[in-house]
Design a protein around this ligand. Structure first.
Ligand SMILES: Nc1ncnc2c1ncn2[C@@H]1O[C@H](COP(=O)(O)OP(=O)(O)OP(=O)(O)O)[C@@H](O)[C@H]1O
Length: 260
């Protein structure tokens, strides 16, 4: 009997996928003020892959990320993190899932000002009552280039360094998936490149799964794959993107929008 036959297809498919949306819809409001923010979106985020989500303002990028991360409820369809279906989880279970399986990186670094860099990095694990794996932590801290800065407080760090602390914090617990919302939006291009390079490294060297919302074609080019949203639907995908290829697609969508 072949190995393929020994492992049923759904189990193998699940193992390679860190998160999945199936016919996911999100509707805000009712009646005349109703907005369909996501319209039956189906997408898989492969484990150990770096995916960028792009699209015009209002196309549903943040909504997709928030629904997948259990930060917002979904109207219909399903959203899975690993094998866990988010719909039906109560608030306590959702909080646990976010804490244990998901890492977050936001545009505003969201560090606690009174804690040192190291304390910020280990905070989520401290709250969860989990001990950070020392070797893993050392590896993250040295890869992210913060070894000499661990006792500094956020105000004593540059924007790029602060965001690298936030990236290290997201990586510390080796989450199933990291969601990054415009992680370089507040950074100059050099600091942004450092943060993105580090995120890409964490995918290559540590098999981390990263999903990142961005408006920036240069940032998107760090990803393995770019998904384009328009009006709450996935309209295009690009693998191994270059900034130029991403820019071309964006221009194409703009032109289509102007003529439709
Ligand atoms: N809480 C809410 N209540 C009502 N409508 C909302 C809410 N949040 C988002 N929307 C609407 O849903 C649609 C998708 O919004 P979303 O924030 O996901 O877009 P986006 O692609 O992330 O935009 P941007 O690039 O501007 O951040 C928009 O039309 C928005 O106005």
């Amino acid at each position: 009997m072949s190995h393929a036959a020994a492992f049923p297809a759904p189990a193998r498919a699940t193992a390679a996928v860190a998160a999945r949306a199936t016919d996911l819809s999100k509707v805000y409001g009712q009646g005349e003020t109703q907005v369909v923010a996501l319209d039956q979106v189906s997408v898989e985020f492969g484990r150990g892959r770096f995916t960028a989500i792009m699209g015009p303002s209002g196309s549903g990028k943040s909504t997709l990320m928030h629904c997948m991360a259990g930060l917002d409820s979904i109207s219909s369809g399903s959203a899975l993190i690993g094998d866990t279906e988010l719909t039906g989880l109560n608030d306590k279970k959702l909080t646990q899932l976010r804490r244990d399986k998901i890492g977050f990186i936001f545009q505003a670094f969201n560090l606690l000002p009174t804690l040192t860099a190291l304390e910020n990095i280990t905070l989520p694990m401290d709250i969860a009552g989990r001990k950070a794996d020392r070797d893993w932590l050392d590896r993250i801290v040295s890869t992210v280039g913060l070894s000499g800065r661990l006792k500094h407080r956020p105000a004593q760090l540059s924007g790029g360094q602060q965001q690298r602390v936030a990236v290290a914090r997201a990586l510390a617990s080796q989450p199933e998936i990291i969601f990054a919302d415009e992680p370089t939006g507040n950074l100059d291009s050099r600091s942004g490149a450092e943060v993105l390079g580090f995120l890409r490294n964490s995918v290559r060297a540590m098999q981390q799964t990263v999903v990142m919302v961005t408006h920036d074609p240069v940032a998107a080019a760090y990803a393995d794959r770019v998904i384009f949203l328009a009006d709450g639907r996935i309209v295009e995908e690009l693998y191994e993107p270059t900034a130029d290829a991403v820019l071309d697609r964006m221009r194409l969508f703009d032109a289509k929008n102007r003529t439709s």
